[in-house]
Design a protein around this ligand. Structure first.
Ligand code: BEZ
Ligand code: FE
Length: 279
């Protein structure tokens, strides 16, 4: 029997249209999406004008997207959706290093560096020694772990945001651990910075009385054969934005010490061990 559309039967009317020869997972996800989307409109009693505002917002977000700019991921990040999907897909035992958002500024193919190298090519910023070990859950060192790192410069920009100002690969590099699982490199103590906020997502944050800042952090992707990939940051303890990160990326276990060094070759030292779980 045909299911005609009505306010009450709206979900059933839409899901009943799905064909029989359809990918079952697609059918499940779309049914769930329609159920919650319709419930959203019903709970808010969404007005026609509000629907039009939403469509105009999504249209502007789409128009903003390019090879360099992904406004929809930024929307997902600022609504806490990216962190939720990451949490669902990366449940780990206590003691394992937690994940956080990737962000738009990772670039594949950064230069492979030697342990101890300095990744800061413009000589700007407060130098910081990053060191620690890559370990398994039992505390054993992981050999041949690959550590891909990147951070902003002291003006709050990644190299890719300022291709005419910063040297290519500034504050980026890839390191590989030896049998002791240890890593060691020199970068800078990063600074807090605003996420790209010159588009509709920035406007949304403004309308919601939210600031666009992320607390200072160093990005890491740690991979090793036989272990789950860890995509994370270490955050600078004491940063004023730790409890209001625009993209909800902060986890307490990722707040790292940044110790002032006296008589060292760097101004700061940030020790942090990464603990990986088997895949
Ligand atoms: C970042 O940390 O690079 C970042 C993460 C999410 C949105 C924008 C930037
Ligand atoms: Fe970042």
């Amino acid at each position: 029997m045909a299911v005609y559309f009505s306010e009450e039967a709206s979900v059933e009317a839409v899901t009943a249209r799905v064909g029989t020869n359809v990918d079952p997972r697609l059918a499940q996800v779309m049914a769930c999406l329609v159920k919650h989307l319709h419930a959203f409109a019903k709970e808010c009693q969404l007005s026609q004008a509000e629907w039009e505002t939403g469509i105009a917002f999504l249209t502007r977000a789409g128009q903003m997207c390019s090879e360099e700019r992904q406004e929809f991921i930024l929307l997902s990040d600022t609504l806490g959706f990216s962190m939720l999907v990451d949490a669902i897909n990366n449940r780990r035992p206590a003691g394992a290093t937690e994940n956080t958002v990737l962000g738009p500024f990772h670039v594949s193919g950064a230069p492979i560096r030697q342990m101890g190298d300095n990744i800061t090519l413009d000589g700007k910023g407060e130098s910081c020694l990053y060191e620690g070990r890559v370990l398994d859950l039992d505390g054993n060192p992981i050999e041949a772990a690959r550590i891909d790192v990147w951070s902003d410069n002291p003006d709050g920009f990644y190299d890719v945001q300022q291709p005419d100002v910063q040297p290519k690969w500034n504050n980026r590099g890839i390191f590989s651990t030896g049998p002791d699982g240890a890593y060691r490199f020199i970068g800078i103590k990063p600074v807090s910075y605003p996420i790209p906020n010159d588009g509709p997502v920035g406007q949304m944050l403004g309308h919601l009385g939210r600031h666009p800042y992320r607390p200072a952090h160093m990005h890491f992707i740690v991979t090793a054969a036989g272990y789950q990939k860890v995509m994370t940051h270490t955050f600078v303890g004491g940063d004023p934005y730790l409890d209001s990160d625009a993209v909800f990326g902060v986890k307490e276990t990722l707040i790292a010490p940044f110790e002032r060094v006296s008589n060292g070759s760097t101004l700061w030292r940030s020790p942090f061990d990464f603990v990986l779980t088997r895949s």
